[in-house]
Ligand binder design. Structure first.
Ligand code: RM4
Ligand code: MN
Ligand code: MN
Length: 419
């Protein structure tokens, strides 16, 4: 009799516990499903093209060599993931006729189901930029850079793109060879002039990088300098954080938190790195860091009650991996890490931080990071009519085989050597 009673109550207990686990899981799934509704990430056109190292390009039969092919590949990524509706364009690489190319690009966007995203001026590849663009002591180089930047803003207006994203190679290789303060002043002047061209709904994003290609000093070397230039050029200028553009072990999430608190964070170029600006696929080396970056953003949104206006973009160079697969891998990783970040229990975290309850506070992050969000993401995809496994769907679609045949001849004729 006693024994029966005992086992019945044990059963009840197990049942209640099981029920609680199910309720918690359902809550977690709901949170993820909700968070995924708004998470979008932009792919770069140049991520589908042949790239290499300083020593040579590695040619892939399936690489995109025309703007149309880049749109086609980006269209695949969007069709399979549903979260990449825009593609970043590099003006000289994707719009060789400047404004004259916009009609064609508009048509490609319609045909392949991806809209033009951020517009990236190119003031680093022409011979005239040997000693810099906006920082160049030669007025002619500065003028050409300004004209190209103005044109880029016009192109963005024409294509309905909101962000014009600036990255400069300006700097110097040897001590004493450049007047750093003069260059700073010239940058302020030119960036202000570009800002004046923006339509009210447009933004100018200023990217920074500590070294490469300049190896002694870089004119916009870190987030503080980028923030200074953004502020001195106007209210529509914000900072762009490329995760690969930092020194080893720099605390990027702290930079993110500071920029958020200053209302100066405009967007990201996501990629991973082991040593320098390696442009590896996101999360391949340190997924916890990407999670911590997302956490700072989601925590900020929870605390302030307002959404952070940030453009999430990918900036990667897939010189060994298949380009479309590497892009899909990155998009999946970004989605997973963002979903994990939304699982942090903010009430609990805020209380633990207030009480300096260190282990409890840290566990809030660790517990969220350890949660397997993949089943919920699969559910979300299913609910949108998307393939549950985009990579698998891509592999069985035949697209790669098709383009490899179509593009092989042109790619094989490509030049890989710098000599
Ligand atoms: C640079 C930088 C820029 C990108 C170029 C292609 O390293 O990250 O954002 O436009 O690469
Ligand atoms: Mn970048
Ligand atoms: Mn880079």
């Amino acid at each position: 009799m006693h024994r029966n009673l005992y086992s019945a109550s044990l059963l009840d207990l197990c049942f209640v516990r099981e029920l609680m686990v199910q309720i918690m899981e359902a809550r977690t799934t709901d949170k993820i499903l909700h968070a995924l509704e708004t998470f979008r990430i932009e792919v770069p056109s140049w991520g589908f093209a042949n790239t290499g190292t300083r020593f040579g390009k590695f040619i892939q039969a399936a690489a995109a060599t025309t703007t149309e092919e880049k749109f086609s590949d980006a269209g695949q990524v969007q069709a399979l993931t549903g979260i990449c509706p825009t593609v970043a364009l590099h003006v000289l690489w994707d719009l060789p006729d400047g404004l004259g190319s916009t009609t064609e690009v508009g048509k490609l966007a319609d045909r392949y189901g991806v809209r033009p995203g951020s517009i990236n001026p190119n003031v680093f590849q022409d011979q005239i930029y040997k000693y810099g663009s906006f920082g160049n002591p030669d007025e002619r180089a500065r003028r050409q850079a300004l004209e190209h930047s103005r044109l880029s803003v016009q192109i963005a207006k024409e294509l309905g793109s909101r962000d014009v994203s600036f990255w400069f190679t300006d700097g110097s290789n040897y001590p004493g060879t450049a007047n750093i303060r003069e260059r700073k002043r010239r940058f302020e002047e030119s960036l202000k002039a570009v800002h004046a061209e923006l339509a009210p709904n447009q933004r100018m994003l200023v990217e920074y990088k500590p070294f490469e290609p300049a190896f002694y000093h870089t004119d916009i070397a870190d987030w503080g300098m980028a923030m200074h230039f953004a502020r001195s050029s106007g209210s529509q200028a914000k900072v762009l954080v490329d995760t690969g553009h930092h020194y080893q072990s720099q605390n990027i999430e702290q930079i993110v938190a500071w920029l958020l608190s200053e209302d100066m964070l405009g967007g990201f170029h996501f990629n991973d790195r082991k040593y320098a600006d390696d442009d590896l696929t996101l999360g391949s080396i340190d997924p916890y860091q990407v999670f911590r970056i997302f956490h700072e953003i989601v925590f900020f949104e929870w605390e302030t009650g307002k959404p952070a206006d940030i453009a999430y973009m990918i900036d990667q160079s897939h010189n060994l991996k298949g380009k479309i697969e590497a892009m899909l891998q990155t998009v999946n990783m970004a989605q997973e890490l963002f979903a994990k970040a939304t699982l942090v229990d903010h009430e609990r975290l805020a209380a633990a931080q207030k009480n300096s309850d260190l282990i409890r506070a840290e566990s809030c992050l660790q517990d969220a990071f350890a949660t397997d969000v993949r089943p919920a993401i699969r559910e979300w995809r299913k609910s949108k009519g998307l393939p549950e496994d985009p990579l698998e769907a891509f592999r069985s679609s035949g697209y790669l085989e098709r383009i490899s045949v179509q593009r092989a001849e042109r790619n094989n004729a490509g030049v890989s050597s710098y000599a």
